[in-house]
Every structure is written in structure tokens, then in C-alpha cells.
Design a protein. Sequence first.
Length: 466
Amino acid sequence: MYEYRNMDGMLIKELKAIVGEDYVITEHDNVVSYLYDETEPRLRPAANEDCVVVKPRTTEEVSKIMALADKNKQTVVVRGGGTGLCGAAIPTEPSLILSMERFKEIIDLDDKNFIITLEAGVTLGEMNEFLKTKDVLYFPCHPGDESAQMGGLVVENAGGARAVKHGVMRNHIKGVELVLPNGKVMNLGGKLQKNNAGYDLLQLIIGSEGTLGIVTKVMLKLYPESKFTGTLLVSFDSYDQATEAATKTLQSGIIPLSIEYLDRQIALRSAEHLGEKWPLQKGNVDLMFILSEDSEDALFDVGGMIEEICEVVGAVESLIADSSKDQARILNIRSNTYTASKSSILDSMDITVPPAQMPALMHGFSSIAEKYHASIDTVGHIGDGNVHNNIYLVDGEIPPYYEEMKEELYKLAIQLGGSITGEHGIGKIRRKNLPLQFDEIQINLMRGVKELFDPNNILNPRTAIY
């Protein structure tokens, strides 16, 4: 058995008394699978393997665990589905890894208030499957991987393709049950449409990356689902035309469910990876408009208006996929662009700027890549100003220009009124870059918030700015 140099045997015994012997994992071979998330291997910090995994089932158990950890000043790192891309769930010092995988209950579907209440370990996919069986309401936000757990989606403020029309997770979270680092339990938010009493602590928890408390239950806002969907693909010769088409579409008052941008080589690589064929042949870059309307007539009207806008800008080819099978096939190719390139990607950045600044951002990307003779391509959510710029390994190694070029890309985004991360988060891989975006006053205020919530600094230290 692995010898835990920094984990007191009595502490492990007390953990077993709280959750049961079967739910405290000390064997090294079993702990290893909890050490990393989906952060690119060349960028992620090395995990400290001197860890123990504990799997509570109730809020009361989490409360007892945290009170015990706080008393012993034992570092705790909370783990959800492990789908994060910023290293926030990677323990970098001897830690108690608190896995939320047993929090699987869907507690209540309140179709009168349009609220679903569920435990933090329920995955996005599990919730969506449940909602399909009810056929009443749906959840519009879709932040990528459906194996992501609700608690993780809350504390990362996850985004995804549908943010153009519906926003990110923050826009749909109505309340949480939270266990503080000292074990105290509190409830934030609720089913109210309006609440103007005091500071909004709920908004501090959303996007806090597991540093302020442990989310055990989540309340989400649901919506009536539009029954008619379609996918419009349009190709252009240049990114200038594509970004202009996206801007003019939004200026016209049309708000698609999603506007996705793909450099053609990315689309082709992903299609080949899946054994599929990308349906467009002309042009160099593509836009994918996902449409959702209340009637078939409205769907075709909106699609026709977007096609006209794109033709004026200079589109060279387009097609409409109105069957669910064709839509799913195209979306699957888009969804696997990262998977298809993962083995050769060093960093899939997620810079965000105001949508109107996308043309300037794309020009800046091109100029900076040319300066360093670097291979960069782009895919992402152009409709909300958030795109993923893939920086590639060179001969399997990190190129010598990587850090300098990355800083230039970040400074470009900030100069355009943007952010160094739109949905992935700071975690442990962007900590040193955060001062590019925030001044000392802002960072010290954030550190002050952390100290109020977690004076012993036991909950996920070395994450974000803390």
C-alpha cells in the first residue's frame, strides 16, 4: 500500500467514520485516476500523488469532512467530472480529493416556476435525458462535454456554443446549496425572479473555481423549447468576410442559437477523424449557424435572411441541414474539432472580446502568428466573441516562442476590451497571466474575498489568484 507521508492516519480513520470505509480511497493505483482533468498535458501542473480520495453522499457528510479538514488545516480539492481545461481540479500539494460523483439525485422539477433542483454530481447529459422524458421544459446552455457535473459547471461558469442566444451558466443559475471551508452550510439564491437584499454572494460562487466553497445542490432556470431547429453552413474565402457576416447577422436583429467559426482545415481534420465528409468544398473558412424557432415558417424565413446577408458579404457556398440526422452529423464534426487535433495541440486558448471586435482580433491573430512563424488555427463561438486559438507543438515539443507569443495574444485581447479566458477559467495554468488583465487593487480585493471565505486557505489553494 502507498505510504502517505503527509496524510495523518487518524485523519483517514475519521474520514472512514464519516462516509464509510468503502468510500475513502487510499490505494495509489486507484487514486491516480482522480489526479488530472482534461488540461493539455504539456501545460498542466504536475499533480502531487500524496492524496486520498473521499466520496461523500450527503451534504451533512461534506460538512463533517470540511470541518475536520479545517481543524487539521488539510488541503481539500473538489473534483467533479474532470472535464476542466485549466487545471483547477489538479491537486498540486498533498490533498484530500473530495469527489462529488455520488451526488446523483434529481430532487425536483418545478414546471410552474420553471426550476429544476438537482445534486451537484448529476451530469449535463443525465439532466438532459431526464428532461427529455418529461417533454415539458429544457435547459438551453450546453457547455461542451455532457459528462461535466453540475457543480463543476457552476464553479467554472461554463459557456459553450449556445451562449449567443442564451448566455453562459451564470445566466441560468438561480440558487446553490454551499458548504463553506469550515463546514458551515448555507443556501444562496432561490426561485425568486427578483431579490435585491444585500450583496449577491451567489454570483461570487459562480466562476470561483472551487476556491470559496463546495456546491452540493444547484437550482437551474428552465425554458420552453422551440420545436423547429436547423443548421446553416456558409463558406467564405477569408476570415474578414466571415466575421463581417456574423456581425451583420446580429446587427439585423437575428439571434441564432449559435454562430460557430471554423478554419477549413479544422473542419476537414475533424471530419476525417470521424470517418465523415465535410459538406462544403469551396472557400477557406466556414460559419455554422444553428437556428431555433417556434414555427417552420419562421425557421425558413430566418435561414433565408442569413443567407442573403452572407451573400452580400461574399459567401461562396452554403447549405441548410433541416433533418435531425444531418444536423447531428454536422454538429458532431464541429464538436470533435478539439478531439481530432488533441494529440498535436499545445494550447487551445479561449480569448474573448466584444463581438464587434472579432475582425480586429482575427487580424491580430494572423499578424502575431506570422511574426513567430507559428502554426495557429481558429475555431469557436464567434457570435459571442469567444474563439479557441489552437497553438501546436513543433516536432512534438513546446516551441521556444510559446510564452512570449501567448502573452502578445493576451495583451491583444485586453487591448480590444476582452479577457484572457471566456469559459475555461484561470485555474492553475493562467495564474501568472492574470495580472495582465487586472490591476493590484482588483487582485487584492479578490484575495480578500478568499480570506473571508477560507481563512485557513485549505480549499483548492494555488488555483486562480490565490
